[in-house]
Design a protein around this ligand. Structure first.
Ligand SMILES: [Zn+2]
Length: 247
């Protein structure tokens, strides 16, 4: 059994009700750390000392701005155990420069951050989980992750590789950045509509679909977003901050 908590269901930028992309798995893994996610993690009751792994899909700010908040939060609590960051090439340089530019005192942050930079398509093992990855269709390298029964796309236009990765996933968390009328534009900028996310869920024979990356522009159109997806795939839900489920 795996517990998944949505720490951030927003996309591109935060809104009053949504932090940006972030998901807590069990109590020790976090995929993406978008702005606002650390506060939601605390509101949920997460313990920063228990988090051991960060998975990063891609290096756009809406997916990682809160890494500093997490690391400072851990430092404040006196953490000494290392944390692991798994992500695309460049994640080490990006996060190290962020820590440096935040003038993080060495006397404050007493633990190591271990980086594992991977290419999309690589398979790794994290604790008891086989972690499979694939390349998303985005404007920069995006790594979609399959961790046990869970599949998370990061930001992506529809892709056969993603469908393959997510085959028979119990839970598919899929980029859903707009309505079907905007698909041409969305796909050009490396995103999917809710309808396209539902098509991927259907093709992958996933059990449940969680539509996420809900941009502020979509905030009062979620009923339409869901209706468009439901026509294609019945088990569709719209992600909300602090929504939790077991898979
Ligand atoms: Zn994004």
């Amino acid at each position: 059994m795996m517990k998944v908590v949505v720490l951030g269901s927003g996309g591109s930028v935060e809104s009053a009700n949504r932090a940006c992309s972030s998901y807590l798995i069990n109590s020790n893994m976090v995929i993406d750390v978008g702005p606002g996610s650390y506060r939601n993690f605390l509101r949920y009751g997460g313990n920063p000392l228990k988090v051991r792994y960060f998975f990063i899909t891609h290096l756009h700010g809406d997916h990682f701005f809160d890494i500093g908040a997490f690391l400072w939060g851990m430092s404040y609590l006196g953490r000494v155990e290392p944390v692991a960051v798994i992500g695309p090439k460049g994640v080490k340089e990006s996060f190290e420069s962020l820590i440096r530019n935040a003038n993080t005192p060495k006397t404050f942050m007493k633990f190591d951050v271990e980086y594992q930079e991977i290419d999309p398509g690589e398979r790794i093992k994290v604790e008891d989980f086989e972690v499979n990855t694939e390349k998303g269709e985005h404007t920069i390298t995006d790594i979609a992750y399959r961790i046990g029964p869970l599949c998370y796309t990061g930001d992506t236009a529809p892709s056969e590789r993603i469908v393959e990765l997510c085959k028979k996933a119990s839970l598919l968390i899929h980029d859903s950045s707009g309505l079907s009328e905007n698909e041409d534009y969305l796909n050009k900028v490396g995103h999917s509509s809710g309808r396209q996310a539902a098509t991927e869920a259907l093709q992958a024979k996933a059990k449940k679909l969680l539509l996420t990356h809900i941009t502020p522009a979509l905030s009062n159109q979620t009923a339409k977003l869901k209706a468009e997806a439901l026509k294609v795939f019945k088990e569709t839900f719209i992600a909300k901050d602090l929504f939790e489920t077991e898979v």
